[in-house]
Design a protein around this ligand. Structure first.
Ligand code: FAD
Length: 440
């Protein structure tokens, strides 16, 4: 491991920023993480409930999350993941269905019998059917309509996955769905870390600080400029910091607002759209379906998915209460997104009780609503060739965000993989400079 003395600032204390800072400090770099919020974890951060840390947004690991599992190994959390078989349900027009086995599919009445058979056969072959094809320039709608037929597209796929990308889901490259099916190929098995995602965040924080790194909370970056020999940052109430290199993990539209004019002109010109999310977090006295994930289609609810976290984590951590997330991906300018959280929580409580009439008012212990504006980039066709580069050309700034992980699915695993790519590049650049070689 080569030791460097360079001073690097990482903007953002989500998983990408923390994974990057962890790796850079292990290589001897002086690293400062600047996090605007009052806690680490970004989209995986938490709130306190009954003395326990609870994620604002549901999170789980998949057995294919090699990069994240590798990182957890490095910080002493190798055996911290509890794996469990989970199941999936589906609620269509108020009726509940199981959606796991061939038998469940044969009993799935929202589709006609021949459609159920077609759905099963095509789904089994889907990964193979996509292999070797240029799915990056093929619209998801064109691909799936062609394979499954119009009705399965309209009844199932458009509402199920469309909720994540909004009306333009059909336009998203088919490659995204193909990758997602790869990540979730063993979808029944999911994992959750002992002590929650907070355990990973705390372990990374300890690793960074023990290696001499600095983590500053409540220190939002307000302005960045790239100079001849580094970057200049204005943070908090006007403090000015200098760094040789800056790695930003801030979503691109927000980074654009922070950049001074000279830097902004160097940033990739992108009008990439993002979906935000509204999530209701419920503690219930009874279980709902027992399925981890249940899409909710055409039921008249504002949310369109229910994630029963306790199906994965059990109820012991919350004194026997069931932790349930109720979600809706939506644009940050939508009426729902702009709504007042307590009002959304009150409405969604009623809607949840209509969907599950067995849920009595006293079964709902608490309901809270959280939002995030930049969650899912809505990739245009051919994004593999237009995806922004990690290195902002001609500057000392690197940018590593959820917009950079495509065609991987946005996840902690992809963010760790991206952090590894970005830090490899940075370390390589510094090594070349120390060896007196020209930068590449
Ligand atoms: C509802 C939902 C469910 C999900 N489910 C899963 C799942 O099951 N499994 C999984 O692996 N992933 C899941 N994800 C995805 C995962 O959370 C993200 O892909 C990942 O957290 C992105 O990490 P990041 O570090 O790139 O960005 P972020 O987590 O967004 O971190 C960016 C950080 O930058 C900080 N920041 C922003 N502006 C500034 C500034 N000016 N100055 C300083 N700091 C700033 C922010 O406060 C934040 O902490 C889910 C996400 C959501 C919303």
């Amino acid at each position: 491991m080569t030791a460097h003395s360079a001073q690097v600032v990482v903007i953002g204390g989500g998983i990408c920023g923390l994974a990057a800072a962890h790796r850079l400090t292990r290589h001897g770099l002086q690293v400062t993480v600047l996090e605007g919020g009052d806690r680490l974890g970004g989209l995986g951060s938490f709130f306190s409930h009954g003395g326990q840390a609870v994620e604002r947004f549901y999170h789980c690991l998949m057995p294919t999350d090699d990069e994240l599992l590798g990182l957890m190994d490095e910080v002493g959390l190798k055996d911290a993941v509890r794996w469990r078989k989970t199941t999936m349900g589906m609620i269509v027009e108020g009726r509940r269905h199981r959606f796991n086995s061939p038998l469940d599919l044969l009993r799935f009445t929202p589709l006609r019998f021949h459609e159920r058979v077609r759905f099963g056969v095509v789904s089994l072959l889907l990964r193979r059917l996509g292999s070797g094809r240029d799915l990056d320039t093929l619209r998801t709608e064109d691909w799936l309509r062609g394979l499954y037929g119009d009705r399965i597209w309209e009844e199932l796929f458009a509402p199920m996955f469309g909720s994540k990308f909004g009306a333009s889901f059909g336009d998203v490259p088919a490659l995204y769905l193909w990758q997602r099916l790869g990540r979730e190929r063993n979808v029944a098995t999911r994992g959750y870390p002992k002590g929650g995602y907070r355990a990973i965040i705390d372990a990374l924080r300890t690793s960074i600080e023990e290696a001499g790194g600095t983590i500053r909370l409540s220190t939002p970056v307000r302005r960045i400029g790239s100079t001849a020999d580094g970057c200049s940052l204005t943070v908090g109430d006007g403090e000015v910091l200098a760094a040789e290199k800056v790695l930003s993990t801030v979503p691109l539209p927000q980074l654009r607002l922070l950049a001074d004019d000279a830097l902004a002109s160097r940033l990739p010109q992108s009008d990439l759209r993002y979906q935000g999310v509204v999530a209701g977090v419920f503690f219930l006295r009874r279980k709902l379906t027992g399925h981890y994930w249940t899409p909710v289609l055409r039921c008249g609810t504002e949310f369109d998915g229910v994630v029963e976290m306790s199906a994965l984590t059990g109820t012991d951590a919350h004194d026997g209460s069931h932790l349930v997330y109720v979600i809706r991906y939506t644009d940050r300018s939508s009426r729902l997104y702009r709504g007042e959280p307590d009002r959304i929580a009150a409405r969604w409580t009623l809607q949840l009780r209509e969907l599950f009439p067995e849920l009595r008012p006293e079964d709902v212990e608490s309901a809270r609503v959280f939002k995030a504006p930049f969650v899912e980039p809505v990739h245009p066709l051919g994004y593999s060739t237009t995806r922004p580069p990690i290195v902002v050309d001609g500057t000392n700034l690197l940018s590593a965000t959820t917009a950079h992980v495509y065609p991987d699915v946005t996840s902690w695993n992809s963010s760790v993989k991206l952090a590894n790519r970005a830090t490899s590049h940075l370390l390589d650049t510094l090594s070349r400079r120390e060896a007196g070689e020209p930068a590449q």
